[in-house]
Design a protein around this ligand. Sequence first.
Ligand code: GAP
Length: 458
Amino acid sequence: MTQTEDKVQAAEDTPLVPIEKIVSLCKRRGFVYPNSEIYGGVSGIYDFGPLGVELRNNIRRYWWWSMVQTNDNVVGIEGNIITHPRVWEASGHVENFVDRLVDCKNCKRRFRLDHLPVENVEQNKCPECGGELTEPRLFNLMMETYIGVVEGERMKTYLRGEACQNIYLDYDNVLKSSRMQIPFGICQIGKAFRNEVTPGNFLFRQREFEQWDLQFFVHPSEMQKWFDYWKEFRFKWYEGIINHKDRLRFRAHAPDELAHYAKQAFDIEYRTVLGWQEWEGIHWRQDWDLSRHSEYSGHDLSYTDPETKERYIPWIVETSGGVDRTFLNLLLDAYEEEPPSGKDKEGRTVLRLHPWLAPVKVAVLPLQKNKEELVTTAKDIHNRLKRFMVAQYDDVANIGRRYRRQDEIGTPFCVTVDFQTLEDSTVTVRERDGMTQIRLPMNELPSYLLQRVTWNYV
Ligand code: GAP
């Protein structure tokens, strides 16, 4: 099936959320803003607002917890964006990290050759107007920069095109300083930069974005075992944080679409209005990286098994995903416009984000703003809760409007302080998805909420 057919089918099967709805919500409620907007913006670059940064932090922390903190054979690093330029020759990016572009001679639109439907490539025909396409031209995606200030002595290098390269550069240091033995993995979360020629679809394809990587180093004879292990692990990880589990699948790469470093690859794909699209790549990188860096640096990166004394270049299983694509997919997965119902006469927009990841965990609301005791009690509760989790205090507008405001940003719980609270120290806890309400003693609130909004609360 071509990408275009895929797109149409996706749209017909289930009501998928248009990206524009998410763009609008993100701007309106402070998740994402266009970068440098007052200067007209820069295509493919975005900033994150107060709620966006909370969501990103939660996504990152949860990944780190499940990949590094809870796996004894995995450690983390934080490498830098700028490295020695030879790194990118060794990695193959200077030579191979290219997009093939064609322009329509008639409507002047520009396309990535690998994004065109097969029939348009075969007939050399523009998918928009049917015009003739130019010969493909090659564009390298690496962003150049310079180290040093004196003209002539400055060294040209690159902003990293994939974050994982630092892991190979630090592999030997980690091995020697952390007493890890193969099989083991190194994780990192960090920015990557690509001069994408066709950035677009909001956060989906940007020029500056953030990746998370696991590079797992194994003996060649155990490659298949660990490849399968991490493939399943990562799939379940995504399944655990989305509502629409049927929109997640694996797709094997055909031989002609494999990246230059991969001998085998599977994408974990998620279905949105853009069709089935890559969310994370699981790559069989074999010995490509450590062999190339050994060759280009002259530093032997082979490993000697402490027991058998066998010497070999470790093979690598890579799981590489994007913080930004996770951010976008989670919003697309969680967004719902509910029509008016018995419980809610006006209808509402609700973000059904997993409570672990929701940017605000709880909102504390006095029933009325003009009753001092209600306000003071609500502020006390808020002050207590905000030490444990992101909590908001809100007393503006009627209670229904305030609930809806919180639903729209995905706050899983609202605590309402009413007149009964003043008598028996209980509060109403309203849950976002079912809009159910329970009464709870005030002093039980922290443990009740922590159990529900944190993944590691026992
Ligand atoms: N180290 C392997 C690697 O970089 P990739 O498939 O090019 O593989 C991994 O990228 C992940 O990074 C993708 O699955 C996607 O989530 C994210 N990603 C890649 N390019 C991106 C872009 N231009 N904008 C946003 N996210 C991107």
